[in-house]
Design a protein around this ligand. Sequence first.
Ligand SMILES: Nc1ncnc2c1ncn2[C@@H]1O[C@H](COP(=O)(O)OP(=O)(O)OP(=O)(O)O)[C@@H](O)[C@H]1O
Length: 285
Amino acid sequence: MTGAAHRYPIVLSDLSIEYPAHGASAAHVALHGISLRVAPGEVLGMLGSAGSGKSTLAKVLSGVAFEPRTGDVRPVITGGEATVLGHQLRGLPKRKVPEYRFHVGYLPQDAASSLPPDRTVAEIVGEPILERDRRYNRHALTNRVATMIDSVRLPLGMLDRFPYELSGGQRQRVALARALVLGPSVLIADEPTAGIDLTVRDAVAQLIRDLREQHTFSAIIISHDLPVLRRTADRIAVLDKGELAAIGTIDEVFDDPRHPYVMALAGALDAGHAVIDELDSGPLA
Ligand SMILES: Nc1ncnc2c1ncn2[C@@H]1O[C@H](COP(=O)(O)OP(=O)(O)OP(=O)(O)O)[C@@H](O)[C@H]1O
């Protein structure tokens, strides 16, 4: 790892990502020429129009895009570079993917609703540890899982429950505990509060804030929910049509919007919309 990489755990330089042509579909450029850096301990919020490439970026930065899997068309870095914790992701050798993923926690979109239904909370949270080391000491595993459940503010009595016995907010906490169980240095969270009851959204946002203080990770948190971003993010990046439309503190971005999509967002905020997923990047009516 280089010294520069340590200074900035996440560095994107002129990054372009593409879905290769498949079947009758032509190749599709999902992200084009993105440059940004995330500092140690910083949380960068990310929002953008539908299809602007947020989840694609999350899949690449989390390393899931590099996991061997059949069927799925996976995004490929076609230009520039993404350097995370000193790992250059363009052309990351397959054998290095597990080690890379060990350091990067990933909370995928719909994580709460896609927890395996036939496993207990304890099994779900402990699984990343066992995937890495089948012979991991069972006592240490139990302790680690209990610590994580406690740190996401769930009662230990939940350890033996199944996902269907939990509320949406509780399931999201379980997903978060699982994403953080390996003690990652970087967290990539894709819509961590989507689909969660409004009353517990704030609690999940507060939790992310607290966890970050306890665990000192850098993070990219994708969210359309401005109160959540205000609570969790030091700065935000706005994507539109695969390009970086703005980056800065929330006030910097919205007080002097220059990009048309950011102007539209600022208008929506002024009109009182806190959750801005209904806005697309087309011309404003
Ligand atoms: N498997 C795929 N093959 C081809 N194109 C894809 C694939 N997955 C996504 N895309 C395209 O890449 C672009 C970016 O998609 P992505 O899901 O990253 O956007 P997003 O910003 O996360 O959108 P949303 O907010 O709606 O979740 C879109 O134009 C989408 O249609």
